[in-house]
Write a protein that binds this ligand. Structure first.
Ligand code: PMP
Length: 402
């Protein structure tokens, strides 16, 4: 029986109220439309722009080598995977790519899931049980936070990269269950690197395993882009588990988990995003297998990425900008208040530079910023054009002197 006393909440009403809340809190986002491929130079609002907004670290998103293999796989293997891999059967190319990825990562096994986001959900949800303890860096990515919501373990947070605080949390929460320390390899907002060797050493004192989300370290750190775990020489550590994304440096889409030989088998059987969602289409698998081949066959991508990063950062510092201690191609420029960062982003776009402003709650209050991502594909001319725009906007807005 329906009540006639209250106005029902309508679909339109709910949508309108929620949108209004976002507008009122200045949190409403409308993505920019790119009128050309995702490259170091692209087009927005009919204008040629230098692109500092993507995670396309190696410039693979529109790379001919990836596109050619994607086209071959599309022709040979079709447009879709058919269904969930455990139901419809898994294509040979899915299996081959996972073997290739495990070899590249030097791990006993690897499994590919739909995205980095779902990988965190699947892996954390699978491994953590009641009675376990999971301790997570306060600046870990949203997908870790959501993944931990699915886990039944006791969840604690430690202060960003603070090993004293991590030790305190481990001391205060003893358990006979599995203990897991979770950290991003490279932090997505500040571009700093987790002190992984120290974290792993501390975790070991407590018999804990270390879980690294290497979304921003893959393709960026370690030999040929093998990631943060390799950067610290921990690739053979049996108590370190890596997950990562195939959507940033590797240019396409997907997530992976890489770890001990049996990890893959367990995740195939337990990870819910794997069990209940369809596998990648062949074109995606083709492009990804080409990406891993390319970085091994043709050197120079990481060198260009890091040369560009060093140059861009040094020039920003020379101009008087604060890049907040970033150690990687993620280069924040601090503007303070959110409105200032958003205004600077608008002015940069008018000057032909696409770089996104980020404010609270994505970053702490008072530390609103523009997050720039340098890539291997940027030319010296691109970076100089961006720096000229930064100098002009910084002076106009009184963020730098002169
Ligand atoms: N982890 C981190 C640290 C990330 O930055 C991201 C991407 N924003 C993800 C996971 C999710 O990856 P994907 O985009 O492949 O879902």
């Amino acid at each position: 029986m329906t009540s006639t006393l209250r106005e029902p909440v309508t679909l339109q009403g709910r949508i309108r109220t929620e949108l209004q809340k976002l507008h009122d809190a200045h949190l409403h986002i409308s993505p920019r439309v790119l009128e050309a491929p995702q490259r170091a130079r692209t087009r927005i609002l009919g204008r040629d722009v230098v692109n500092l907004a993507s995670n396309n670290y190696l410039g693979f998103a529109d790379h001919p080598f990836l596109k050619e293999r994607a086209a071959q796989y599309l022709q040979r293997w079709g447009a879709g995977a058919g269904a969930v891999r455990t139901i419809a059967g898994t294509l040979q190319i899915h299996e081959d790519f996972e073997t290739q990825l495990a070899a590249f990562k030097h791990t006993g096994s690897a499994l590919v899931l739909q995205s980095g986001f779902t990988t965190n959900q699947g892996v954390l949800g699978t491994l953590l049980q009641e009675g376990d303890l999971v301790v997570s860096d306060e600046l870990n990515h949203a997908s870790i936070i959501d993944g931990l919501r699915l886990a039944k373990a006791t969840k604690k947070v430690y202060r960003h990269k603070d090993l004293t605080d991590l030790r305190r949390v481990l001391d205060e929460n003893p358990t006979d269950g599995l203990i897991m320390v979770v950290t991003d390899g490279v932090f997505s907002m500040d571009g700093d690197i987790a002190p992984l060797a120290d974290i792993v050493a501390l975790a070991r004192e407590y018999g804990a395993v270390t879980y690294v989300d290497d979304a921003h370290g893959s393709g960026v750190l370690g030999e040929q882009g093998r990631g943060t775990v390799h950067h610290f020489g921990l690739q053979d550590a049996p108590d370190v588990l890596q997950i990562g994304t195939l959507s940033k440096a590797w240019g396409v889409v997907g997530g992976y988990a890489a770890g001990p030989a049996d990890l893959r088998d367990l995740l195939i059987n337990r990870a819910r995003p794997f069990l209940f969602s369809t596998g990648h289409p062949p074109a995606v698998v083709g492009a990804l297998s080409a990406a891993i081949d390319l970085v091994q066959q043709e050197g120079g991508f990481m060198e260009r990425l890091w040369d560009n990063t060093r140059f861009f950062k040094a020039e920003l510092h020379r101009l008087g900008f604060d890049t907040f201690g970033s150690e990687t191609p993620i280069t924040p420029v601090i503007f303070g208040e959110a409105e200032t960062a958003f205004e600077a982003s608008r002015r940069l776009l008018e000057r032909g530079v696409f770089a996104v402003g980020l404010g609270f709650p994505t970053v702490p209050k008072g530390l609103a910023r523009i997050r720039n991502i340098v890539t291997a594909e940027h030319t010296q001319d691109d970076l100089e054009r961006a720096l000229n725009a930064y100098e002009a906007v910084g002076r106009e807005m009184g963020v730098i002197g002169g």
